[in-house]
Design a protein around this ligand. Structure first.
Ligand code: ARG
Ligand code: ZN
Ligand code: CA
Length: 246
């Protein structure tokens, strides 16, 4: 089995309303979801159809966070878009802290739940950005500021999937456009909501329950073995995230 990789997390909460200034408990609930999902310890993985059950992967990646690794910053800016201003103190945001997976929690706007930077990009913008009402799990606490059906913490699982080099399972293109993972069946676009099984596209039964599709939080519950191999390769010597395993 692969060795455990533990990734320290730094959280930046940038808020323009008190609701957006989410509690430490809500942040912790998100960390707890990540530590289940990336070890295939989430109980909903048992819903995976037998066709795909043998492909469920334990990434053996864990996330460590405590309240010292947290910045809270009030801002008059009510939506941040995807231009990375939130990652820059000169633009009203908060600079990334080196050596961490940086997560900015702020309202993005435009119906966007989150976005991520792939490995190999600029350190000044590396990390993921997630809306406050999609960060954390309503299954792990009460009085959290969360918005169903995206209230189970899977936006962070998905965005960190990108940060770990994973593409959407449809490869962001039509049939024949690859996600560079051989065990995720071909698709030609996102699946939404809670798809019926089987959902056939490109003559393939789609792995709609994969975290790298676009379904509801409660309807995505697995990564594949091929995704694990692709992700963990970035931590190898010389790889773009090798520094996390030194
Ligand atoms: N980048 C995607 C979006 O903003 C994230 C989708 C996450 N999906 C989810 N079920 N949480 O649309
Ligand atoms: Zn995505
Ligand atoms: Ca594939």
């Amino acid at each position: 089995p692969a060795t455990t990789i533990t990734i320290p997390v730094y959280v930046h909460v940038i808020y323009s309303t008190s609701q957006q200034n989410i509690s430490n408990a809500q942040i912790q609930s998100q960390i707890d979801v990540l530590n289940k999902d990336f070890r295939a310890q989430n109980s909903d993985k048992n819903s995976t159809p037998s066709e795909f059950a043998s492909l469920i992967a334990d990434f053996n990646i864990q996330y460590s966070w405590n309240t010292n690794n947290l910045i809270r910053k009030a801002s008059s800016k009510s939506s941040w878009g995807t231009n990375d201003a939130v990652k820059n103190s000169k633009r009203g945001g908060s600079n990334p802290v080196p050596g961490y997976l940086n997560i900015w929690v702020c309202n993005i706007g435009g119906g966007i739940l989150g976005y991520a930077q792939f490995p190999g990009g600029s350190a000044s913008t590396d990390g993921v950005v997630i809306g406050p009402e999609y960060f954390g799990s309503s299954a792990l606490g009460s009085n959290f500021y969360l918005s169903a059906p995206y209230d189970l913490g899977r936006t962070a699982t998905h965005e960190i999937g990108h940060w770990l080099n994973l593409r959407h399972i449809w490869g962001d293109g039509g049939c024949g456009v690859d996600d560079y993972v051989s065990d995720t069946p071909m698709s030609d676009g996102p699946n939404y909501g809670c798809p019926a099984y089987p959902t056939v596209r490109c003559n393939s039964s789609n792995m709609t329950m994969n975290y790298m599709d676009y379904t509801y939080d409660g309807c995505m519950y697995m990564f594949s073995t091929g995704q694990k191999e692709r992700s963990r390769a970035i931590f190898a010597p010389g790889g773009p995230r090798a520094d996390f395993v030194s």
